[in-house]
Design a protein around this ligand. Structure first.
Ligand code: SF4
Ligand code: SF4
Length: 134
């Protein structure tokens, strides 16, 4: 079993399709929707798939065959260390404790593998050091 995170982009005509239901029912994947945005231009989901490489591959083929744009997210949120002032604001905001303060250097360390891409630190960082990937 593996975990892979993807961004799925839908045109407006696909927004109401039961895509995530099909991922579970037809491809036996465990899914976790991390972020969902819908507007007049369509929809965007950040989603985690858990399943075998073969199941994930088949699911991705289904999605692209149905005109869903798919992008694998190796790193959705990233920290620009040049801009970060180690103010600590993000440490208290992050709901999954994806930041740690190094007790020796007092630097704020970003733990990318814990991040669920909620975007709260991106909005809150006074130095604009946290960025959403595309
Ligand atoms: S809020 Fe921004 S500047 Fe402050 S520690 Fe976090 S990333 Fe660095
Ligand atoms: S995007 Fe959300 S989960 Fe990820 S580090 Fe920022 S606050 Fe934490």
């Amino acid at each position: 079993m593996g975990n892979s995170r993807f961004m799925l982009m839908f045109t407006p005509d696909l927004v109401n399709e039961p895509i995530t239901y099909r991922m579970v029912k037809d491809f036996d994947l465990n899914i976790n929707i991390l972020r969902a945005e819908i507007d007049d231009n369509g929809g965007r989901l950040i989603i985690n798939f858990e399943g075998s490489p073969q199941q994930i591959k088949q699911a991705l083929k289904y999605l692209t065959d149905n005109k869903v744009q798919v992008k694998e997210l190796v790193e959705y949120v990233r920290k620009d260390s040049e801009r970060c002032t180690d103010c600590g604001m993000c440490v208290s905001i992050c709901p999954v404790m994806a930041f740690q303060v190094d007790k020796v250097t007092w630097k704020v360390v970003f733990l990318n593998d814990k991040c669920i891409a909620c975007g709260m630190c991106v909005d809150a960082c006074p130095s604009a050091a946290m960025k959403l990937g595309q």
